[in-house]
Each structure stands twice: as structure tokens, then as C-alpha cells.
Design a binder for this molecule. Sequence first.
Ligand code: GLN
Length: 208
Amino acid sequence: TPLIGVLAVQGDVREHLAALAASGARTTTVRRPEEVAAVDGLVIPGGESTTMDKLVRAFGLQGPLRERIAAGMPVYGSCAGMIMLADRIADARPDQETLGGIDITVRRNAFGRQVDSFEEDLHIRELGGQPVRAVFIRAPWVEEAAESVQVLARVEHGPAAGRIVAARQGDLLVTSFHPEVTGDHRVHQLFVDIVRHHTATQDQREHS
Ligand code: GLN
């Protein structure tokens, strides 16, 4: 059973721990550099990406996290976590850094200040037939994605129709929305499967 950490410097950590546990993973929080080394995969929760970035740097986590991401550790980032995993932020504030890893440009608070939060059913082929109830809270969208990035979902209705809100590149997964608050664990299950597969192929390599 893979051990999946939730980055626990800021944001809705508990909901992700619960969703991961319900999806069959062992879970732990990650706050210190040595905890980064112990996990098979990591979830970066929603919250506030500027605060998260500051705390990640203050706690000495930026270097260890970047190293493990570069070495292929599976990571799932939701909302602020998606911003943290993005290689670029559109109109970034000069002092905001990301961990990077996935070759996308995100726009923060992209749906406009007047639309604080909204919900929409999304059809995500990789998650089977039933639509996914997507909850967006001051959410970013993916403004640009490299060709090597697989688009999993786009907004289907309204003025933002067509905007990318879920994507995957290798073992890095991002969503603009918050599946941890709906009780539908399919996104977390997909991530647990990614981690399982990653760990299994790694073990094979080590033993051959
Ligand atoms: N607006 C937040 C940010 O830019 C993200 C919101 C969220 O994670 N729910 O970091």
C-alpha cells in the first residue's frame, strides 16, 4: 500500500487525508524536509498559493520538493496546489515562486472576482461514465499547456467554456477544482493508482 503525503503547511489538508484513506492509501502529513523523503507520492491541497509558497520556502521544503518532483515523484495538486505545480503563472507577482514540474501556465483567480465559487458537472473520460461534480473556489485555470500535457477536462458551460481545468503530465496531476469536498473519490483513486503504478515499476527496476 503506497504512503501518500499531504503537504501540510497551509490549506485543506484534512479533507485530502480522508479522501486518500478512502481510496486505499496510507497517509501522512508533510511539513519537514525529512518527511518529503519518506512518501511515495504527494498531494498539494487547495488554499492560498502565495502563502503556501512563502511557508514552503520558510520551512526549507522548496529544494527537497523540487528535487523529488524532478526525480519523478507523483504529485497531485488541487487549486492552489495546481498553481504550486505549474511551471509558470500568468501575470505572476514578482515575489511568487512555484515548485514547478508540469509544463503549464496557470492564471490565478481566473474566473473573476465576482464569481467567488461555482460548481459544474464535468465529463472526464479517464474517470469513467459518470460526470464529476467540480467545485471551484477562487480557482485558477490552465491558460496554456505544452503538447506533452494531457488535457483531462475543460469547462463546459458559460463564459469560461473551453478553459482547461484538469490535466496530467506523466505522474503529475492537477485540477482547478476541489474533489476532496464532494465525497466522490475518483480523482484521488486515479492518483493512488498513479502512485501504485509508479512504485511498482520502480521496484521492478531496482530488482532487475
Ligand atoms: N486563489 C487561490 C490562490 O491563488 C487558490 C484558491 C484555492 O485553492 N481554493 O492561491
